[in-house]
Every structure is written in structure tokens, then in C-alpha cells.
Design a protein around this ligand. Structure first.
Ligand code: BGC
Ligand code: NOJ
Length: 822
């Protein structure tokens, strides 16, 4: 039996589940996972969060402005509310996904797959299987439901569906009850429940919740179905065995259906529930108060049959097969195969689509699309669908201001910068250069540079994307401090290193408070990032044949490099910053926070310390002072007191988040840096230290999903060392994919071909990568007869020896590449 309160001791490697690699699924066999384990439905505009107990919610494009179903964050239990089906059989009520009833099940299985989740529950001879997914390109979530009688006797079963509508604007829905309790409206037509709150005024869209099979009844009033004094674990109508055909009038509209089934021995019935978002357009009404349902009806008709639903699900499978086909790996490390081939790429789709907006840790209200976040997310996504990356780059650029700074976030629905958070994070603009160059290398499409994009503060302006990139470089060059290093603004990548904030006021945000005008605080990390960005610009100009500009960029690069080497070397590693009083941060001179990871990563990636041995020394310092078996700690020693001059970083307890937590995102920069220095064994060891699939053995400590990266793993200073948090929406996804595919396996898109420069474990005899690139499939076999890490000795392309390590562009078809290291 499954359920009950006692937590079984880990009696298997991971008692909660396992990877089914062939099916590309993660299979969960116990519903009481250490935390709710999440999956996402949808890949285009319609999205759903779906946990292993069917919890979560759905939205269209924007989790704040078009929330379709409700969710209560920080609830008890933690994950309550979602896509619930109640089975009523022989007087007992249970859910296939265990929650909310938590009745003990005879069998429970949740399979999280690519864009879908399949939950099966069985009890007393009745098995209910629900497959949740969003067909590609559609605004409908399908809950394909099969109820089976596995007994030898006829069985009568009633199945009840439940979805709670959100009144679209999620924040208002949560805090303006004096209005929202009086505006809820629905219409019912057969099994179709139309949620149409505010449709009469400024909306032309509705949410539709329907069943493809005739129903015995419905409810649309929450009070009628659940009961005013009841929770979802004791829904009044289900317990009574009969819905009431209630019509919501204000209060809280829901959708609930009752389906009565008579199942012969061994028989089953399959049908679907559909949850759709429909923009009806004109004419809005069929009659006064009666909405035009043409589009809604057409959608129901389209997915009425099981065959249509199955075909849509097959489309989803084809979509993912195609997407993942752009990069597939066979190497001696099972974790790399598992993550790089499936889960890491899959996570990159989620971060690309959702940035940091909606997860179990992000409410969909607080944050939209982050400027630096989305630019970095593109690095792990661009190989899958370059055209979508292009569109995103242009959207992002349009939120840059003409001085070079950027809105730190924008709302996906409106694409307008979020004025409350504002800008003045002086790293933001540089990431735009990285994403743009990655896009051009992947696609070969230089026309993006001429794309007209205005600046957010100059409505109607139509400068080009290239102009934005130049403005970005110019901004950093002209905003420097006493040491010649770039100013930091509110913060650089490390949102919590707030050197200009000086906050004594508990009601203000560390990210927004503090006057950065006239600031002196400088960031070594931005300086390192600038090296990378200016080198990218130099290479881009060189490729475009614009020699003068290329030389100009080379000059900026050299100048910044000199500043770093003369001002930012602490003796055994690179400093992190200079604070507002020009005192060093991340120096052996400090008592706490002596060494930080970010500046080691970016200075080395940018090319600092190459000729003078400092790069290797800095990475050795990282190894000695920051590396642990659970990953590289952000800085050490942890801050034990609040420092007014350092901000939020010192507000966290030692060992978590930016205060000496293992912030997985920046770990990948070190993986890449190690690869650039040829340290393949260490790169692999570090890669595995944060790899989620390698955490199954310690899952009771780790707690988060073992199939996607988490933003943070608690560092050794924390009481809960090794515990992961903030899974799914993190820049770790893109950067680890870049680190493993471009760093370790060494296959990266370049302007004129595929560059092959692996940095592997000396123990690897060989590996293979299949990479789809500009319409050609490159099958790359790398052999390592001498057991080294890095260095291409010979490369053949379709049997012909070629000088160098860049595979030239082919016209089409398949190209065989053989590489020998030595
Ligand atoms: C968190 C950071 C996050 C920032 C963004 C901070 O409180 O600690 O990790 O980047 O908020 O709003
Ligand atoms: C999470 C934020 O989304 C990202 O922008 C930031 O760089 C990291 N936290 C580090 O503070």
C-alpha cells in the first residue's frame, strides 16, 4: 500500500523513482517525494505546471496576466490544487495521483516525459490513467483519461473532474476579493464549461473546460462542489456522489464534471477532458450575455475522438525527437548521456520559454522574462530552434535603453520592461552580445544585425540590433570606476552583491534600492565578461570583413585585459569587486568572502591569466578553497554578519544562496574554464558534482527533482548541506549544456563551420556526437588513443584529412567526421 505518514528509509538507490532512458521518462513510484517533483506541459504559448501528484496550474503566455487556473503557493500541503480527478467506487473516493484525498493506492506511477505527464493510480480493481499534454502549436491542455475495470465483475464508477478557474490576472485574483468575489461568470453548454469573467468588458478571451464524453452533471460553483468549510480532500459533491449542476455567480468559479461509468469485467473507457484558452474575437456575443462559442466548439470538435487525441500526442513525440536530434551524444559517462541527450536540453526549453517566471519557487507574479537570464538561456536553446532564439533576442533588445542599460525584466505578454524593477544592472547589456553571436554562429544569419529594433526609452526609434551591441560595449567602456574596472550598478550577475545599496530599511528591495548614480563600486566579473563580449564582437566584425571595427574591439579587449591584470589580481586569484569606498571584495585581505567564483570564471573565460599562469593558479585556488563533492561554493568564507556595504549576499544564512551556497549556474563557467586550460579530468569531476541524475543516491538529502538542475545546493556551511532548492528555472540549464557539449565534448557552432575541441577525461577511449547544424547532420567520432584530455591531432571529414579543427560547412545530408586526439 502506498501512502501513510511514515517515510520509508532509502532502501533502493532512489526509493522514489528512476530514469526510463529508452522512453525518455522519469518514473516516480511513490507519490510522497521529498518535494513535489515538477514537469511542464506546453512548448509554445500554453503552459502548465504539473507535479507528480497532478498539482499545478495553467496559463497562456504569461503566468501573471493570463493565468487560467488557480494555485496557492506556500500552501499546506506544499502542493495543493491542480488537475484533479476523483474516483468514486464502492463508497470510497480516491485520486489516481494520490492527492488530494491521499487514500492508499494499490499502485501509483507518474511518468514525467517531454511535454507530458502520465499518472496512473489503481485501487480495488479500478485503474485510472491520465495523460496530460499540450499538443504542439495548440492552446489546449488535454487530460486523456482511461478508466479500467481489472476485476472479474462489472463495476460502477463515478469520475469527477476538478479545475479551479483563475480570473486571468493572477495578482488581482489573489488580493482584490472585494471585486473578484462579485464578477465571476460562467456559461455551460453540454459538457463544456466556459469561464468568461470580465468578458463583457475588456477581454475577448475565455477558458474552456470540457469533457469529450457526455457527462452526468457538472458544477461551476466552488462552494457547491467543494463546500465552504471543506478542503479539496473532502469535496462535498464527490462525497455525496452527485454534482449539483451549480451555476457560479461571483465568488469562485470552478469546472467540475461527473462521469458515470458502468464497466464490464476487464473493460475500459477512454475519453478526455480539455482545458483550453480561446481568444474569440468579433463578434463577441451570440446574444446579450451569451458569448460567441464558435472557436471553443470547433476545438472540442477537433479533439472529440481518441484518434485525434492520439495523433496530437504522436505529434508531440515527433516534435521532441526532432528537437533533441540536433545534438545527441554517446560517451562513456552515463550521466552525460542521460542529461545531455534528454533532460538538460528539455530543461533548456523550459528556461527559454519561462525565464524565471513560474515554477514551484517562482510564483508567476513576481518575475517575468529576465534580461540577463533570457540572453543566457538562449545559449542552451539556440541549436534547437534558432528562429525562436532570433525573435527572443529582438524582443530583449527592444527593452534596452538608448544609454545602453536595460530593463532588468519584461512581461512576456506585453513585452514591456518592468518599470518597478527598472534597470541599472551593469552586466545586463553585455549578455545580449553573447546571445546574438551564438545565434549567428548557429544559423549563419547575419541579417539579424540589421534588424530594426528601437530603444525602450525612444518610442518609434528604429536603430539596428548591431547598434544595440555597440551601445552595450560603449556603455561599459564609459562607465568605469577609479581602477578602470566597470561600475557594478545595482548588481552584476550576482544579484545579491549590492555594493551601492546600503539598506537599513527592511521594506525595500536590495535590487532596486540604493542610488547608483555617482557610484564608485566596480565589478571584476563584469570586466571578465567584457573581455568575452569584446572578443566576440571582434570575431564578428572580422567575419563581416569590417577590419577597422575588429581592430577597434581588439583594442578595447587589450585595454580591459591590462586593467584586470594590473588592478584585479589578488595574489592567488582574481578579486571580485571594489566596493563603494574602493575597498577590495573577494580578497585575502578580507576576513570573510575572500575568494569568489564568478570573477575566476569570467576572467579565465575572457582570456585573462593565460600568459602569466594566473588562469591556472586561479582555478587551483577555486579547487582548494571552493570545490566540494556537491559542487563549487560561490564564495568562502561565508559571511557571518550583515554588511551594509555588501548588501543581500550577507543577509542569507551561511551556506545558502549567494552566501556560500553552491550556485550551480556559475559552476558551469568553471567547467568551461577548466576545459579551456585542458583540465579534462577535473572538468568531468566538477560536472558530475552538480549533475542532478548523479544525486539519486543521496536523494533524501538533495530532495529536488533528479532530472533537472536546481539553482542552488546548500554549501558546507549550511545546516542542510547538500539540499537543493529552486529547481527548473535557472541559468544552470543552459550553461551546463554549453559546458558539456561545447567544453567537454568540444563541439561548437562557429561562423564558418563546426569547431571540434574536446577536453575529456584521460580515461575516455572515445565518444561520438551527432550534431545537426545548418541543415546537415555531422556524425563525429572522437578517439583518444593516448589517453589525453585535449588536443586535436588529426581530423578527417568524409575520409579526407583536413587541416585544423573546424569542420567546414557542408551543403546537406550527412557528414562523417573522425577526430584523433594526441
Ligand atoms: C535572490 C537571487 C535572485 C534575486 C532576483 C534574490 O533575493 O537571492 O538569487 O537572483 O533575488 O530577484
Ligand atoms: C537568479 C537570477 O535570476 C539571476 O539573474 C542571477 O544572476 C542569479 N540569481 C544570481 O544572483
Amino acid at each position: 500500500m502506498i501512502g501513510g505518514n511514515s517515510r520509508r528509509k532509502a532502501d533502493a538507490m532512489n526509493p522514489y523513482g528512476h530514469f526510463d532512458d529508452a522512453a525518455r521518462e522519469y518514473v516516480i513510484n511513490r507519490p510522497d517525494t521529498p518535494l513535489p517533483w515538477l514537469n511542464y506541459l506546453g512548448q509554445d504559448d500554453f503552459f502548465g505546471l504539473c507535479t507528480n501528484t497532478a498539482g499545478g496550474y495553467s496559463f497562456w503566455k504569461d503566468a501573471k496576466l493570463r493565468r487560467l487556473t488557480r494555485y496557492r503557493y506556500n500552501n499546506m500541503p506544499m502542493d495543493m490544487g491542480g488537475r484533479y480527478l476523483y474516483v468514486r467506487h464502492n463508497g470510497t473516493v480516491w485520486n489516481p495521483g494520490w492527492k488530494p484525498m491521499k487514500a492508499a493506492l494499490d499502485r501509483y506511477e507518474c511518468r514525467h516525459g517531454l511535454g507530458y505527464t502520465r499518472i496512473t493510480g489503481a485501487k480495488d480493481g479500478i485503474e485510472t490513467e491520465v495523460l496530460f499534454f499540450v499538443p504542439p502549436g495548440e492552446n489546449v491542455e488535454i487530460w486523456k483519461t482511461t478508466v479500467r475495470n481489472t476485476t472479474g465483475k462489472p463495476q460502477r464508477v463515478s469520475l469527477f473532474s476538478f479545475a479551479e478557474f483563475c480570473l486571468f490576472e493572477a495578482l488581482n485574483d489573489m488580493n482584490n476579493y472585494q471585486r473578484t468575489y462579485s464578477i465571476g461568470e460562467v456559461e455551460v453548454e453540454g459538457s463544456a464549461i466556459y469561464h468568461k469573467t470580465e468578458y463583457r468588458e475588456r477581454r475577448d478571451h475565455y477558458t474552456l473546460f470540457a469533457c469529450t464524453r457526455p457527462v452526468a452533471g457538472f458544477d461551476t460553483s466552488r462552494d457547491a462542489f467543494v463546500g465552504v468549510h471543506n478542503g479539496l480532500h473532502e469535496p462535498q459533491a464527490v462525497l455525496a456522489g452527485r454534482v449539483t449542476n451549480s451555476r457560479a455567480f461571483g465568488w469562485n468559479p470552478i469546472g467540475a464534471h461527473q462521469v458515470d461509468l458502468e464497466l464490464a469485467p476487464g473493460a475500459s473507457e477512454t475519453f478526455s477532458f480539455l482545458l483550453a484558452y480561446v481568444e474569440q474575437g468579433e463578434p463577441k456575443f451570440d446574444a446579450p450575455f451569451v458569448i460567441n462559442k464558435t472557436k471553443g466548439r470547433a476545438l472540442l470538435e477537433k479533439y472529440r475522438t481518441a484518434a485525434a487525441v492520439d495523433a496530437a500526442f504522436a505529434d508531440l513525440g515527433h516534435l521532441w525527437k526532432g528537437l533533441l536530434g540536433a545534438c545527441q551524444v554517446t560517451c562513456p559517462d552515463a550521466n552525460i548521456n542521460r542529461m545531455a541527450n534528454t533532460w538538460n536540453q528539455y530543461q533548456c526549453m523550459a528556461t527559454f520559454n519561462l525565464s524565471r517566471s513560474a515554477s514551484m519557487f517562482e510564483t508567476g507574479i513576481g518575475r517575468g522574462m529576465g534580461f540577463r537570464d533570457s540572453n543566457q538561456d538562449i545559449l542552451g536553446f539556440v541549436h534547437m530552434i534558432p528562429e525562436r532564439a532570433k525573435a527572443r533576442i529582438l524582443d530583449l533588445a527592444a527593452t534596452q535603453l538608448s544609454d545602453g542599460t536595460c530593463f532588468h525584466q519584461y512581461q512576456p505578454l506585453t513585452k514591456k520592461g518592468n518599470a518597478e524593477i527598472g534597470g541599472d544592472f551593469y552586466d545586463d547589456h553585455l549578455w545580449l552580445i553573447l546571445s546574438t553571436c551564438a545565434y549567428i554562429k548557429e544559423s549563419g544569419d547575419r541579417s539579424i544585425l540589421d534588424a530594426p529594433v528601437g530603444y525602450a526609452d525612444k518610442p518609434g526609434s528604429r536603430d539596428t540590433l548591431l547598434h544595440h551591441l555597440e551601445t552595450s560595449i560603449a556603455y561599459t567602456l564609459s562607465h568605469r570606476g577609479p581602477h578602470g574596472l566597470p561600475l557594478i550598478g545595482h548588481a552584476d550577475w550576482n544579484d545579491c552583491l549590492n555594493l551601492n545599496c546600503f539598506s537599513k530599511e527592511p521594506n525595500e528591495s536590495f535590487q532596486c534600492a540604493g542610488d547608483v548614480k555617482g557610484s564608485k563600486a566596480e565589478s571584476v566579473m563584469i570586466a571578465g565578461l567584457f573581455l568575452q563580449a569584446s572578443r566576440e564582437m571582434q570575431q564578428l566584425y572580422a567575419w563581416l570583413g569590417r577590419k577597422t571595427e575588429a581592430a577597434g574591439m581588439a583594442g578595447h579587449y587589450a585595454e580591459m585585459l591590462k586593467v584586470i591584470e594590473t588592478q584585479a589580481w589578488d595574489g592567488a586569484w582574481y578579486l571580485r569587486a571594489f566596493d563603494a569606498a574602493s575597498k577590495p571584495v573577494g580578497s585575502a585581505k578580507n576576513t570573510e568572502g575572500q575568494i569568489f567564483i564568478e570573477s575566476q570564471g569570467w576572467c579565465v573565460l575572457g582570456g585573462a591569466g593565460r600568459d602569466n599562469g594566473r588562469a591556472a593558479q586561479a582555478l587551483e585556488s577555486v579547487h582548494k578553497r571552493l570545490f566540494t563533492p556537491d559542487g563549487i561554493i560561490l564564495q568562502q568564507p561565508a559571511y557571518s554578519e550583515y554588511h551594509l556595504e555588501l548588501g543581500e549576499i550577507t543577509s542569507y544564512p551561511p551556506g545558502v544562496k549567494e552566501n556560500a551556497g553552491i550556485f550551480c549556474h556559475n559552476n558551469a563557467w568553471i567547467h568551461l574554464a577548466l576545459c579551456q586550460l585542458g583540465q579534462g579530468d577535473r572538468a568531468l569531476e566538477y560536472y558530475l558534482s552538480i549533475c542532478p541524475s548523479a544525486k539519486e543516491e543521496q536523494i533524501e538529502t538533495y530532495r529536488c527533482e533528479p532530472y533537472v538542475y536546481a539553482q542552488m545546493i546548500a554549501g558546507r556551511d549550511a545546516v542542510c548541506a547538500g539540499e537543493a532548492k529552486n529547481s527548473w528555472l535557472t541559468g544552470t540549464a543552459a550553461w551546463t549544456l554549453v559546458a558539456v557539449t561545447q567544453g567537454i565534448l568540444g563541439v561548437s557552432a562557429d561562423y564558418d563551420g563546426l569547431r571540434i575541441d574536446p577536453c575529456i577525461s584521460t580515461k575516455w577511449p572515445s565518444f561520438e556526437v551527432t550534431r545537426r547544424f545548418r541543415g546537415t547532420e555531422y556524425h563525429i567520432v572522437v578517439r583518444n588513443p593516448d589517453g589525453i584530455s585535449r588536443g586535436v591531432k588529426q581530423m578527417t571529414v568524409n575520409g579526407k584529412i583536413l587541416a585544423g579543427n573546424v569542420v567546414p560547412l557542408a551543403k546537406s545530408g550527412r557528414v562523417e567526421v573522425e577526430v584523433t586526439l594526441g
